[in-house]
Design a protein around this ligand. Sequence first.
Ligand SMILES: Cc1ncc(COP(=O)(O)O)c(C=O)c1O
Length: 456
Amino acid sequence: MAKIPHRLYLTEDQMPKQWYNLRADMKQQPDPLLHPGTHEPLPEEALYPIFCEKLAHQELDSTTRYFDIPEPVLDMYKLYRPSPLCRAYNLEKALDTPAKIYYKFEGNNTSGSHKLNSAIAQAYYAKEQGLKGLTTETGAGQWGTALSEACAYFGLDLKVYMVKVSYEQKPYRKAVMQTFGANVTPSPSNTTEAGRAILAENPNTGGSLGCAISEAVEVATTHEGYRYVLGSVLNQVLLHQSIIGLESKQAMEMLDEYPDIVIGCAGGGSNLGGLIAPFMQDKLLGKADPRIIAVEPASCPSFTRGKYAYDFCDTGHVTPLARMYTLGNGFMPAANHAGGLRYHGMSPILSKLYHDGYMEAVSAKQTDVFDAAVQFAKVETILPAPESSHAIRCAIDEALKCKETGEAKTILFGLTGTGYFDMSAYEAYHNGTMTNHVPSDEELQIGFDTLPAQPE
Ligand SMILES: Cc1ncc(COP(=O)(O)O)c(C=O)c1O
């Protein structure tokens, strides 16, 4: 067989035309979204004031296995997809490992991350429904950037609530969003009731994703012609991100390869859920048994130290309840934590799969994550996002285990984005001021105390 190339690009024609809905193959379904007052499962129509109708449907549809990707979405995907499946020959050599390391690189677009895959879909459905605009939150800024791009393309207004610390630390992210026409407000703000309430309690707060979600949902539900969109956690977002895994599997098949280990970083779970989707399908159907590993920050350890419980998706308690691994909606990650992966909860689909033993999770300290980022950048010549570097850390660790045992395992990880807007974190790493914070059990308890009463 011919030598495996450094980068394999599928052609436009080979790009998947459907998204894959993992829930259709899960015998044990994730628990339903509940109304916070009545604890009754929410019907589709109850979501219409928040989400546009097609997305509300995708959120609750657990039986349709494949959804056609609408033609206008495919057209915009073609501006940056299919994304390359890369063979990390240089990293393998540097590690002197017999392991074969592959990564799927999703950073090759202006937003710099995988977030665009769902942003395009969500903006398209909003436009199709005749809406005026969308509201959203953004933490580190990648989601806001991606959605700004998609809204500009489809001609929609966009209001972004950006976590205040990131707004202040990453002024250029804001400028990119503004370039695409978005209106960006630091959160918490005094433009919403939720924001004013949070500020009254804690005027100096740097904000959190949970706060920003409350503000964005409030604005969507009080402005005619607007709906709210979220860049992770939700079932619909994992559905759209399945294109990452579908392309990866197709490319690996062309190379006669199949991963022994699939690794992804986990914030709210969207890239991980997308990357693993077709491999998890094989696992659920008993066709293959790859190890699947989620990697999260030690400072925000939803899977590894969280509780599997019903919780609000936001701090202001305006969202439905979702059953997921959570640190409690009042959890605040340490201020020294760089980049994303700061969300208190986790995708209900991945939470269920983890709870049922289909996947593993590990946590990594941020200095160890940046060690891996720098090692990777030097040999593979891509500057990785801090979030993605969690997956790199784990891939390197697994490859080094192979070196010990002499096994030539095939490792696939998700390289979700580039880190050009994270240079202050890189700088802190280089000048030795980056620190680690691993919350104590007592600190975590503060977050757990904010969990709502659990349904009977
Ligand atoms: C580059 C990148 N990777 C990963 C993530 C984590 O999000 P998710 O778990 O939804 O993939 C983010 C979130 O901001 C991101 O920007």
